[in-house]
Write a protein that binds this ligand. Sequence first.
Ligand SMILES: O=C(O)CCC(=O)C(=O)O
Length: 464
Amino acid sequence: MGLKIGGEVEKVDGKLLSYTDFVEKYLVKNQPVILTGLMDHWRACKDWVLDNGDPNFRFLSTYFGNSRVQVADCGMREFTDQKRMEMSVSEFIDQWTQLSAARKDSGSDGNSLLYLKDWHFVKEYPDYVAYSTPKFFCDDWLNLYLDKYTMHNDPDTCQNRNEIICSDYRFVYMGAKGTWTPLHADVFRSYSWSANVCGRKQWYFLPPSQRHLVFDRHMKSSVYNIFEEGCKSNFTGFEEAIWWECTQEKNEIIFVPSGWYHQVHNLEDTVSINHNWFNGHNISWVWDLLLREYHEAREYIEDIKDISDNFEGLCQRNLAANAGMNFYDFFVFMVRFSFANLVLLCNLTNTKKLSWSSSEVVPLVIFNLKSTQCIALEMESTGQWKNSGVTIDLRETMEDQTFMEFCNLMARTYGAIYEQSEKKSDTDKAVLEDMELSFFDFSGSRICTPEDLVTFIDCALKLS
Ligand SMILES: O=C(O)CCC(=O)C(=O)O
């Protein structure tokens, strides 16, 4: 018996959809959708694709051939993912074209299929503007933050592995017909969007409410390939699962909501661009996952608790190694992010110096502050903050050039969502000086714990 298919992913013309409608129908409800008509002017759709719709291998190899990339062997499982290797883009393309030629000659599919994944293209080629992120996906706290800061600074973990791996969550994927991605929910339980520059993809989705059906009894291991024979016997709920299926065509963008498990198959030679991202609508998913992974990291080393000098530090270190960030990284991120929202709010509500329309951005900024505050309250209840060593001095932060750049980037991004990009939106220093006098007097200027962050946001909201 095949999969039970129950749900249908809507297809909507992105040009006719307002930002507010997208938020209400898909972000808030956490529902998938395919958007059309948003890639018309993308450089990637011209440079990377031949007239017959195939990938332009010669162009990709000539201009980007030297990049080192991660390539998955779709025929080889390694733990919960496919086995990965590193090679140059031109080596990858050579293997792809040889394989396609061999397939044409023999008529067989071959058994080794290579899939280029997670290529940090934007970070590597910032001046080659391959595409512009559609406004629906611009309220992206993750990539906005990573454009100015790093998430985790421990030299033992991600920095050591590779600077670029942690640098952003904007990727290019390229794979021949038949390449695929095993069943998974996205990193940090973020949203993702994925755009087909050429080719087609088949998506199989499982809503979060049915997640337990693809896990074993202990909720430890999950299904790798939904078409594998063993699924029914190893995962007893599997047959009850009701899947959503859809085909994403060339020049279409799919929105993948938080926590939806999905498996993806390339039906033709396909090049796609995808981002992972989170914002005020799904930040609670990120925190819930981090908390769950923290408990797992703790449980794993419980037996050395009594002989360890700094057991909590070790748990946080392991959490960062597994999840890409730990509680403190997430906390620092939330403090900087809230503070930048406050700066933006002050600029927007200072009517004397108002330089661009604030009517739509102010509610978004207030929503951001409130959703961050909710998470800070939850963080506080974990009680891990006594000796965390985290201190963020807001006066110092305000003097920091990187923070000012972060505030400006945020202002420009939120301006662009509401199509205010032509007008000046940079942070006004004079407004900040006014703010400093009035604000720090009653909020204090140091943030060390989630409790401090809650108080800080309370004060910030009073200004609105
Ligand atoms: O395109 C693929 O193979 C996988 C993409 C994916 O899982 C995602 O965008 O979340």
